[in-house]
Design a protein around this ligand. Structure first.
Ligand SMILES: C[S@@+](CC[C@H](N)C(=O)[O-])C[C@H]1O[C@@H](n2cnc3c(N)ncnc32)[C@H](O)[C@@H]1O
Length: 248
């Protein structure tokens, strides 16, 4: 087994693959006040699909859930089956870079913690033609909450240089040609409840068995460091939800 296998055993088995919660998914959805009765939704980078299932539960629409990792499409399908909503779900294993849908295919494009794989601006540009005029986009994205983060925090986010303050993200949304509908910053519980708390349990489960295996210990170290940076400095950064609309 290599680093990716161990990484997947920690990160790939959590209830979510990034910050968020059902309440926050609903809050973003409720900003979309002019949805059709049964919206057609594209969920980009669905991961294990907690938000996919919430979207299916909160609407009578259909969701096309897309993820690069086959393990994730398997998980989202299994969740939809156990929740009784699988007849309205299609799960597609695909690289979002290769996404290609006819113009105006969806009422909503959703992407929690995943649009950054395309780049925030490039991602918003890429999905724009897929949305019907008047349709919506909801994305969550990393943001700075205050200036001058300590070096340890800057180091941690170095891998994601697009983290920025909310007004800069809003400026991108306007530049790409969307109407702003609303935005809100996620509270710290969005990081802990379904993500870091279960991650700590997973780390504890693996620690003894993985002792002495270099690649495995590296994964545990990275995970512990990520949690520790968050616990000490969560007042400097979070994710924010941005909801926007393709003009008519
Ligand atoms: C941070 S996770 C977020 C998952 C989920 N939306 C959530 O909030 O729990 C990002 C997801 O994007 C997927 N992903 C990464 N690169 C991708 C790509 N190029 N195309 C499609 N999915 C990708 C990963 O497999 C992962 O499931």
């Amino acid at each position: 087994m290599d680093h990716t296998d161990y990484f997947f055993q920690i990160y790939g088995t959590l209830p979510r693959a990034g910050p968020g919660s059902n309440a926050l998914t609903r809050r973003a959805l409720e900003l979309m006040t002019e949805l059709p009765e049964s919206p057609r939704i594209l969920d980009v980078g669905c991961g294990p699909g907690m938000q996919t299932i919430e979207l299916l539960s909160a609407t009578s629409g259909t969701v096309l859930a897309l993820d690069l990792m086959p393990e994730m499409t398997v998980r989202v399908r299994a969740s939809a089956e156990s929740t009784g909503v699988s007849d309205r779900l299609e799960a597609l294993q695909q690289d979002m870079k290769e996404m290609s849908f006819p113009e105006s295919s969806f009422d909503v494009v959703w992407s929690e913690g995943a649009i950054y794989f395309l780049g925030f601006e490039a991602g918003l540009r890429k999905v724009r033609p897929f949305i019907k005029p008047g349709g919506y986009v909801a994305v969550s994205e990393a943001v700075w909450l205050k200036p001058d983060p300590p070096p340890e925090v800057v180091d941690f986010w170095a891998e994601y240089p697009e983290i920025d303050v909310v007004p800069e993200k809003l400026a991108v949304i306007e530049r790409v040609g969307y109407e702003r509908v609303g935005h809100f910053v996620m509270p710290p519980t969005a990081w802990t409840e379904h993500y870091y708390d279960p991650m700590e349990i997973r780390i504890a489960e693996k620690e003894a068995d993985w002792r002495g295996i270099q690649a495995a210990e590296a994964v545990l170290r990275e995970a512990r460091n990520e949690i520790s940076v968050f616990r000490r400095y969560s007042h400097y950064f979070s994710y924010a939800f941005f909801v926007m609309r393709r003009p008519d």
